[in-house]
Design a protein around this ligand. Structure first.
Ligand code: ADP
Ligand code: ADP
Length: 228
């Protein structure tokens, strides 16, 4: 069963009396353990789709289902809860808190956890897993771009999501460092977590299981990558 799927999804924005159709009735599905890349020109609807997958926005019409449940039946509080339980986010500019160490940054999504000791242990395990066991107490400005992104990935995984959404995760990294991030995604999908990324980097798209090519709010191709 898909982690998240959409059928005939339309998203319109109304600004100043004008209506913009950002998504024009698209279908999508993301299965456990899949690595999906969303590509397309600027303004084609990539961010809109990512926001939809992240339950940050709901469609104007059409059906979006998270684990088989229609997201429109969720109230705001439930949508937020499902997002925290199910979905992790990674950004181009990392969005780490500069005054917290690596391990503290990873703990942030669980700050209200009633078992701080377990939270510290989980954060430590995750940082070891992404190869940063020696950097637990370093601050973001003491880390390289690739290391910061790996801290951000660890943070995104701390609540054991089923879906990891990555917005241009390699956009600020060189090719070799980007490859390290792809290797992390590979390990994550091996454990059954689905990863969806918006990317402008061809090498990222080439390593995806599937590429969703958006053009002007429609899906032009949804093809198996040759190099899968
Ligand atoms: P992409 O991420 O591919 O650049 P977007 O999803 O950001 O595309 O945008 C798709 C279309 O929707 C564009 O025409 C954009 O101008 C419009 N759009 C996006 N967000 C908003 C918004 N909040 N209000 C009005 N129009 C928007
Ligand atoms: P994120 O919010 O995902 O961390 P940012 O919004 O900080 O990323 O990105 C920084 C700036 O770079 C933004 O103003 C954005 O418009 C721009 N940007 C994003 N992706 C690209 C890209 N592929 N090429 C050039 N500029 C980009």
């Amino acid at each position: 069963n898909p982690v998240i799927s959409g059928h005939d999804v339309v998203k319109e924005y109304v600004t100043g009396g004008e209506t913009v159709r950002a998504l024009r009735g698209i279908d999508f599905r993301v299965d456990p353990g899949e690595f999906v890349a969303i590509v397309g020109p600027s303004g084609s609807g990539k961010s809109t789709l990512l926001n939809m997958l992240g339950l940050l926005d709901v469609p104007t019409s059409g059906l979006v289902e998270l684990n088989g449940l229609d997201v429109e039946t969720f109230g705001d509080a439930e949508r937020t809860r499902k997002r925290k339980e199910t979905i992790g986010f990674v950004f181009q500019s990392f969005h780490l808190i500069p005054t917290l160490t690596a391990v503290e940054n990873v703990e942030v999504p669980r700050l209200l956890d009633r078992t701080p000791r377990k939270t510290r242990d989980a954060a430590t395990d995750l940082l070891e897993r992404v190869g940063l066991g020696e950097r637990l107490d370093h601050y973001p400005d003491e880390l390289s771009g690739g290391q910061k992104q790996r801290v951000a990935i660890a943070r995104a995984l701390v609540n054991e999501p089923r879906l990891l959404l990555a917005d241009e995760p390699t956009g600020n990294l060189d090719r070799d460092t980007g490859d390290q991030i792809l290797a992390e995604f590979d390990e994550i999908t091996d454990e059954g977590v689905a990863v969806v990324t918006v990317t402008h980097d061809d090498y990222v798209a080439q390593s995806a299981d599937r590429v969703v090519n958006l053009i002007d709010g429609t899906v032009r191709e949804d093809e198996e990558a040759v190099t899968g």
